[in-house]
Design a protein around this ligand. Sequence first.
Ligand code: GLN
Length: 290
Amino acid sequence: MTVLEAIQKSTDFLAKKGVDSPRLQSELLLAHVLETPRLKLYLDFTRRLDEEQAGSFRELIKRRGNREPLQHILGSTSFCGLEITVNNSVLVPRPETELLAEEGWKHLNSLGGRPGSFLDFGTGSGCIALALCHFAANARGWALDKSDEALKMARFNIEKHQLANRLSFVQSNAFENLDPALRFDLIISNPPYIPSKDLPSLQDEVRKFDPPSALDGGPDGLDFYRLLAAEVPRHLAAGGKLMLEFGDGQEKWIPGILESHGWIMELVLNDYSSRPRVGVAKRASGMEMN
Ligand code: GLN
């Protein structure tokens, strides 16, 4: 089997299985097996795969055909240009979450050189916390998750990038185990925000392979925004910000939830599909708690 034949056959197979961008997916998996950059495949269309390569490629295509996410098969993905290892204990980092992280490090870098502190609530793979430590050179962070397995993955990612000395890990359901004395310049979260009843209709890659606890935001998807709006003020330093990712259409409800707890929504950013996706909030004057 040549490179071109392998690509064509697997593209047809993945298309039949309902996988998005089947040709790109085939090429990425083949490039992985052959340990070559994807674009180099185009110079090598007539190259023959040996038996072992053909065997492993078939295996990976079969997994992708079962709708296992590419990132799980490859074992890692890129977030803000940083390599993040993932498994099925954590949500696969999404490109739109990069916008949230970028807003976060811009704030931490705007504190006049003073090292900022942040809390990443529901850290999962640790992608946001890692990006903040990387791009806000002096920031010090706390990464909180209720899942021990997720925290293991987050710790692995931070250690791989040699930033572990800047981050503390807290296993906690909501804020239960967080030191009540801690105050942060930034509290940032991509919480679970899918309404429970919508979980069964998510695409297979998400429904079968992302942990449901990282997706399920309760009956209307807004449980975590209510929790954060109410609980975060006691952990916010003076002038601190709350930054949140949210789901489709939730921009209608989130400002009201925040305002009822003394917040002002300062900014809403659209994602790459021009949908409101990230909100930045601060305390209304007179509502600071510290
Ligand atoms: N963005 C994810 C999705 O659409 C959901 C992540 C979340 O709930 N925070 O599948």
